[in-house]
Each structure stands twice: as structure tokens, then as C-alpha cells.
Design a protein. Structure first.
Length: 117
């Protein structure tokens, strides 16, 4: 997975494959989030937890959600969600890592992958 680091001033976030708006900027509210019609988004997470993820992502990460309580538990095997999500192996996948707050103390992560079509 290609990792692209961004700054919090880089909002809004658009899908790199279809240009769908994924997360708006401050004017839309601090937590404005739009999963919309984008079929490339495979996960949205912060350092605290996953906000959204697809079956495709779980399959690629070898996470069986019937065996682990949550994806957050699976990520606990790694030092953090940032490191965990670096391990996606879907060809062409892209991760935006946005470090927010003082000294970039809080991360937000958006994973995208091309569709098979
Ligand atoms: Zn898309």
C-alpha cells in the first residue's frame, strides 16, 4: 500500500480514483464524513478506532471478524492502527495518513484501492 502523508490543512479529502468527496473541510463541520458512492474506500480510521471498513479490507488483512471481537482488537497486535493499516497488500492501494493536532499527535487514515473492473 502506498502511503501518502498529508497535513490537516489538506482537507477536504477526495478519492484518488473517482474524485468522490470523502471528508469535507471545517466549513462542513469537524467530523463531516461522506462515504457516498465511492467504491474504492476500504477503510477509515483514527488512532483510536476504525470508523468504517469493507469485507475486502478484512479479507486482505486476514481478519476473520467472527473470530476477533472487533477490528480494533486485531489492530492491537500491532503497535497502532497506522502501522496495522500499512500492511494492506491490494495492488495499487493508497493510504492517506493525516496527522492532526499539536505535533501530529492524532492520526486519521483513509484507505483506497482500485476496483477489479
Ligand atoms: Zn472512489
Amino acid at each position: 500500500m502506498n502511503k501518502i502523508k498529508k497535513l490537516e490543512t489538506d482537507y477536504p479529502i477526495y478519492c484518488p480514483f473517482c474524485d468522490e468527496l470523502i471528508r469535507g473541510d471545517e466549513e462542513d463541520g469537524p467530523c463531516f464524513y461522506e462515504s457516498g458512492e465511492c467504491e474504492h474506500l476500504i477503510f477509515v480510521a483514527t488512532d483510536c478506532s476504525f470508523e468504517e471498513f469493507t469485507e475486502r479490507f478484512c479479507k486482505n488483512m486476514n481478519v476473520d471478524l467472527e473470530k476477533v471481537k472487533s477490528l480494533d482488537d486485531a489492530a492491537n497486535a500491532y503497535s497502532n492502527i497506522d502501522e496495522f493499516t500499512d500492511n494492506v497488500t491490494i495492488p495499487g492501494s493508497i493510504k492517506y495518513a493525516i496527522y492532526e493536532g499539536l505535533g501530529g499527535s492524532l492520526g486519521a487514515y483513509f484507505g483506497f484501492a482500485p476496483t477489479d473492473k
